[in-house]
Design a protein around this ligand. Sequence first.
Ligand SMILES: [Zn+2]
Length: 206
Amino acid sequence: MSKYYPPQDQVKQFNCIHCGVFAKQHWGILTFGYHSTTKSPVTYCQCEHCRELSYWHQSRMIIPAEAPVAPPHPDTPASIVDEYQEARSIFARSPRAAVALLRLAIQKLMPELGEKGENINTDIKSLVAKGLPVQVQQAFDFCRVVGNNAVHPGEINLNDTPEMGQHLFNMINFIVEDRITRPKQIAELYAQLPEPARAAVERRDA
Ligand SMILES: [Zn+2]
């Protein structure tokens, strides 16, 4: 999955909120009045690829209401796509509510990775014991700690630091890429080896 550059106020290229393509963006200011000369506080942004518009106020995208966060990774299990999309749709209004939903998504992801899905901390420990790379462990723990702060009184105020919530979406996509996409890709390539070669590997490791 290529890197996602979220839409940002006055930035000249990013992943379009409508078409998802990394494209040039053209900015302007809405005007009003008889001769349309009075500047409004609302700016607009047009995507060079799909020509669709978004509208911004005080550096925040207000239309479409969807928050500028990465879409779910294409290999995201169906069981958690709904939570992910719901979190995306409310992120701009309440980063805390969005992160609480993402915490639920992480918990539901665990059974897909062979864990129990009852206690995120215990599941991470179990994955580490099975050889989880430290980078992925840190991504999981980032989700766990930030997620806990959304549902329990904690040290991180998500409404003050919404970017922590934004990172959580990226972390989940990173975990899906590492735990689901890569093994699948390697298995598909391996299956293309001639049968005798695969049999020889099995004999070697038996
Ligand atoms: Zn577009």
